[in-house]
Design a binder for this molecule. Sequence first.
Ligand code: 8YV
Length: 319
Amino acid sequence: MSASSRPVEILQVGPYPDWDQIPLDATFTMHRSFEADDKAGFLNSVAGEVRGIATRGELGTDRAMIEALPKLEVISVYGVGYDAVDLAACRERGIRVTNTPDVLTRDVADLGVAMMLAQSRGMIGAEKWVRDGSWASKGLYPLKDRVFGKKAGVLGLGHIGYEVAKRLSGFDMEIAYSDVSAKDYAPDWQFIGDPVDLARHADFLFVTLAASPQTRHIVGREVIEAVGPEGMIINISRAGNIDEDALLDALEQGRLGSAALDVFEGEPKLNPRFLALDNVLLQPHHASGTFETREAMGKLVRDNLTAHFSGADLLTPVL
Ligand code: 8YV
C-alpha cells in the first residue's frame, strides 16, 4: 500500500460505526482527533506523518488543518456534500478530495418526501395525540393539509432533486424545478429558472442543491415569502442554503406556513427559536442515515483511501 511497510497514517476527524472503524484500523494507522481533549496538541503530535484525512460531510476540513499537515495527499469525505472542505486550500497543494455520491441519493430523497408528508399531515402531533390519551379524552385529531395533487418546487435538480421529483410525481403533483439550466432528463417537469418564481409556484419547496459560497442564502426573505403562509419549505441539503434568521422570522410571523428541516446552522446545536415553534419539523441531519447507505458510504471512504495509496484511480473524486 505504501512505499514503506508501515501503514499509512490517517487523521480521522469524526466517529464511524464499528463496521467502518474495524477495517480502517486494520488497514491504516488511524489518529482519532475527535477523541482528543487538546485537539491542537494532538494535531501537532501527528502532523509530521499524516498523509490522509477521513472526515464527514458536515465536519469537512478547514484551511488551518490542511496547512498543519505538510504530508497531506488526500481527504476522503463520508458524505456527498464537500462544502465544508476548503477546496481552494486543497487545489493550492494538489491535495485530492473524494466524497460519497449516488449511494445515498435515494435515502435522502425518501426522507425529504417523508418530512413533507409528516409535517403536512401532522403525524408527529398525531402520534402524541394517541399516546397521551387525547384521542380518547378530546376526540378526533384536528384536520391537516392535503399533499397529493399540489404544486412542488425542487430547487436544484441534481441527483437528489431528481429522485425527490420522481417520488413526488407519484403523488400527482405539479412539479417545477430551478437549476442553472433546463435539464433534458426532466422533460415532464417545468423549468423555472428564478428561485423566487419557483417559490411562487410551489406549495412545497424542496431545497436540494449542493451548497457553495454561490448558493449561500439562495433561499432568502424573498423566496421564503414567495412560498407564503400556506406553503412549506423542506431542506435536505445544507443549512447555509437558507437564510435561517429570515426563515425563523417568517415562521414566527406566519409569513411562511411551515418548514421541515434536516440541517441547521451550527448543528448539532440549533437556534433555540426553532424549539418554540410548532410549524416546523426538526430532524437531526439523518437523511442518509440508513444501515444500507451508511455501509456503502463507509466502504467508499475506505476504497477511495486505498485506491489513492495504492496508486489506482479514485472511485469518486471531487478534486
Ligand atoms: C452526512 C451529508 O455526511 O452526505 C452528506 O453530505 O451531509 C450526510 O450524509 C452524514 O451525516 C454523515 O456524517
